[in-house]
Design a protein around this ligand. Structure first.
Ligand SMILES: [Zn+2]
Ligand SMILES: [Zn+2]
Length: 228
């Protein structure tokens, strides 16, 4: 739970037992969104909804204060609570026009994951079986983006590769990268090959984002990069 600027906070959620460790999820909370309330960028896994609620509450906010929800891509840990927040807070939900917000299974051979992540096969199986069972409600109303739009001072940048319609947001200071950049243990890398639709494009998108003149870099997973 950190406050980066007068408008931007990070609600850090924790997913337990992700390939034998834990994985954090940096939901970004921005004040004065396009419709006047809080603008969230991504929403966490459905099972972490109570964690998100608790983070907001610790700052004196509630789910009802959310007016805008930007989804970087369809993966369960990002879009998982979008429809629930839309319904409960009457919020607007935004996603790129190429992104279908519907939970799907990851069709990746477990052996390949075990090799790439260097974890035992049974650990891979446990995590993948769990992830592949996570479903979420599709947002019933969506505002479609193409890249280039301005959302309360944040420019939408289309950064395909991890998924086809992945987006990032940048206001000249804070770069919100979603899964286009991983920041595990403070090392900033492109998304994992096995979990990317087109890894070559993911690498170009990563390079493009890293070259921006940001002060704060917020990957969805891993550490937020600050000048201090
Ligand atoms: Zn993802
Ligand atoms: Zn993710």
């Amino acid at each position: 739970m950190v406050r980066l600027t007068s408008r931007v906070r990070i609600a850090e959620l924790v997913e337990p037992d992700f390939f034998g460790g834990f994985l954090n999820q940096n939901v970004v909370v921005i004040e004065r969104g396009p419709n006047g309330g809080l603008m969230l960028v991504d929403t966490g896994l459905p099972e972490l909804f109570e964690q998100l609620e608790a983070r907001l509450k610790s700052w004196g906010f509630s789910i009802e204060d959310v007016s805008d929800v930007v989804i970087t891509h369809w993966h369960q840990d990002h879009a998982g609570n979008a429809e629930r927040i839309r319904r409960e807070a009457k919020a607007k939900v935004y996603a790129h026009e190429l992104e279908v917000l519907r939970a799907r299974k990851f069709n990746v051979p477990y052996e390949a994951i075990a090799e790439e992540l260097k974890v035992p096969l049974e650990v891979v199986k446990r995590t993948m079986d769990r992830i592949n069972k996570v479903t979420y409600e599709e947002p019933k109303e969506l505002i479609r983006l193409r890249g280039g739009e301005d959302l309360a001072g944040f420019k939408v940048i289309h950064v395909p590769g991890h998924t086809e319609g992945h987006i990032a947001l940048f206001d000249g200071e804070t770069l919100i990268a979603g899964d286009a950049i991983r920041g595990i243990r403070g090392v900033y890398t492109p998304p994992l090959r096995l979990f990317s639709q087109d890894h070559e494009r993911a690498i170009s998108s990563f390079n493009r984002l890293m070259s921006l003149p940001y002060k704060f870099l917020i990957p969805f997973h891993g550490e937020v990069k600050t000048p201090w």
